[in-house]
Design a protein around this ligand. Structure first.
Ligand code: PLP
Length: 345
């Protein structure tokens, strides 16, 4: 019996094309800059998002951390969202490893940071205050429901930040979901910012890795930080080969995940015990609440679903997250609806 795993798109397995590419990948010592597959991936990634250079890193967390350590120095401050992945789920790496402070702003429902709030968070030039150096966005925004921000917003924040001599980093773990959902070239979402991290190992199905992209000078600095952090890998072209397949073959099809997420939302919306977030799903994630009178909590429902070979994320006492991805078919969506019906009965 197939397990239908909706906990995250990080559970995706590499595709057959990836496994084949991995087996055949030419490799070398990447710390010497001699891995042809990594060099090809970094070039491809940078050109895809409209930047000069790319840096292959083991994870999104390391990509964001390297970006922040490269943009900021000891005692600097980053303006970011209260529900940002970089703030909530990356171990506070900027402070433990970089002595960098953060100013957290509550996001708007779509995951954006309001310009007025950013402006209010910028510190005065005063010895009492840390120095504001960077604004960090997240697109799509995970905790805000897989919501996306449009090109005009990224451009407006970047222009606003640049006139105040601040840099802009985009945690674009799922930036291709944001681009595909809006029908725009991803460069429109990354071009105005100074740097972006995107993940190969989520909806794009590669087994490992993310790419940090930015200017040549910025990536040269990032390469130093990657080595400091122990992220200098050797014949990792085996992994990069899968990442190349991700970028070339897996981006456009994300629209299928979004469509399945919408279909699942419509079907689950028929259960009176379930309340969907307004506007959900924006991309491949579905956040669902249990109605107050449901008589069960989310963990009990998740356990009942697990007994029916369906795995969902529990993100609160009455809240679930369901994430659609390459390995979830139309038939699986039907099975999930049946399983919910039984679990809620
Ligand atoms: C928005 C966002 N940023 C960054 C990350 C970190 O990626 P990784 O798990 O590869 O460190 C995640 C992981 O789920 C994420 O959702």
């Amino acid at each position: 019996m197939k397990i239908i795993d909706l906990r995250s798109d990080t559970v995706t397995q590499p595709t057959p094309a990836m496994r084949e590419a991995m087996a055949k990948a030419p490799v070398g010592d990447d710390v010497y800059g001699e891995d042809p597959s990594i060099n090809a991936l970094e070039e491809l990634a940078a050109s895809k998002v409209g930047k000069e250079s790319g840096l292959f890193v083991p994870s999104g967390t390391m990509g964001n951390l390297i970006a922040m350590l490269s943009h900021c120095g000891r005692g600097d401050e980053i303006i970011l969202g209260k529900r940002a992945h970089t703030f909530l789920y990356e171990g506070g790496g900027i402070s433990t490893l970089g002595s960098v402070h953060s100013a957290q702003i509550l996001e708007q429902p779509d995951g954006s940071l309001a310009l007025d709030d950013i402006e209010a968070a910028i510190r005065p030039d005063d010895v009492h205050a840390p120095r504001t150096r960077l604004v960090a966005l997240e697109n799509t925004h995970n905790r805000c429901g897989g919501t996306f921000q449009p090109p005009a917003y990224v451009a407006a924040v970047s222009e606003f930040a640049h006139t105040r001599r601040l840099k802009v980093h985009v945690d674009g773990a799922r930036i291709f979901n944001a681009a595909v959902a809006q029908g725009v070239d991803v460069k429109e979402l990354t071009g105005p910012a100074d740097s972006v991290t995107f993940c190969l190992s989520k909806g794009l199905c590669a087994p490992v890795g993310s790419v940090l992209c930015g200017s040549r000078e910025f990536i040269a600095e990032g390469r130093r930080w990657r080595k400091h952090l122990g992220g200098g890998m050797r014949q990792a072209g085996i992994l990069a080969a899968a990442g190349i397949v991700s970028i070339n073959e897996m981006v456009d099809r994300l629209a299928e995940d979004h469509a399945r997420a919408r279909r699942l939302a419509v079907s689950l919306g028929h259960f009176p015990q379930l309340v969907l977030d307004p506007g959900s799903p924006a991309t491949n994630m579905l956040f669902i609440n249990l109605a107050e009178n449901a008589g069960v909590d989310a963990q009990q429902v998740a356990d009942a679903l697990r007994a029916r070979d369906v795995l969902v994320g529990v993100t609160g006492k009455r809240r679930f997250r369901l994430v659609l991805h390459y390995w979830i078919s139309d038939a699986d969506v039907e099975s999930v609806v049946v399983a919910f019906g039984e679990a809620l009965a």
